[in-house]
Design a protein around this ligand. Structure first.
Ligand code: SAM
Length: 234
């Protein structure tokens, strides 16, 4: 079942202001996988659960056309209002009903979003819309952040961890997919050629000087290639 949070206008405004784009490490992991697998010509990438577009815009330089999709009208409105690129557009729709023809998409991404989707229905759509040798990249950060700022790093991390633990009591069931570091997401990818990566990286929001070190997990899959043993890389 899909879970519908993050949809209100004020939430979208906060996203636009504070959310960080996928880190350089994560981007290079994803794009080198895609480079390895791709078959020309490359045209269309779709960023599902794109929120206010931070994750969508990083795709612009790599594809002829990029479409960000999200179930929230307010998030898509915020994405449209941000500075962007001429080849990027946005569309309101559920991840489980993507408005693309069968076999028409080269690359599908979902950053910090896939765990909210109805996984079986989403994976069916991924399989339907991807062209042969098209790829999917589903990533998220885990919840064990460490904070770094001058000489308060230890205390900041403690405060963050205490607050996180307090809030987690109220978290939706879907967050368990993140705690399990996307193992179930990896299992759900309907292709034999797939990988799961874990990496630690530092990120900063646009508005703060605090560096946040996060661990990210990324599940990658390529449609239509056969492999004996799917790899699990850590
Ligand atoms: C945590 S945000 C991530 C946004 C963006 N990808 C980023 O990295 O900043 C999750 C997004 O997924 C969207 N979402 C949740 N369930 C969805 C669904 N079933 N179909 C499409 N979008 C969905 C939410 O509206 C929200 O914008």
């Amino acid at each position: 079942m899909a879970v519908r949070l993050f949809e209100a206008r004020h939430h979208a405004v906060l996203y636009q202001k504070y959310r960080f784009s996928p880190s350089e490490n994560l981007q290079s992991l994803i794009f080198s996988y895609f480079e390895e697998k791709k078959v020309d010509p490359i045209r269309l990438a779709v960023d599902v659960g794109c929120g206010s577009g931070q994750s969508t815009r990083v795709l612009a330089a790599h594809f002829e056309k990029v479409v960000g999709t999200d179930i929230s009208e307010a998030q898509i409105e915020a994405a449209k209002q941000a500075a962007s690129f001429p080849n990027v557009s946005y569309h309101v729709c559920p991840a489980e009903e993507l408005p693309f023809e069968d076999g028409s998409v080269d690359f599908i991404t979902a950053f910090a979003a896939a765990h909210w989707f109805d996984m079986p229905r989403f994976m069916k759509e991924v399989d339907r819309v991807l062209r042969p040798h098209g790829c999917v990249a589903l990533s998220t950060y885990t919840t064990d952040f460490s904070m770094h700022y001058k000489d308060c790093s230890e205390r900041l991390t403690e405060i963050f961890t205490e607050t996180r633990d307090l809030l987690l009591e109220y978290a939706d069931e879907k967050v368990k997919l993140v705690f399990a570091e996307y193992k179930e997401v990896f299992e759900s990818v309907p292709f034999q050629d797939k990988r799961r990566f874990l990496d630690t990286m530092g990120v900063c929001s646009n508005e703060t000087q605090v560096e946040i070190r996060i661990r990210s997990v990324c599940v990658l899959g390529c449609k239509g290639r056969q492999m004996e043993n799917p790899a699990m890389t850590q």
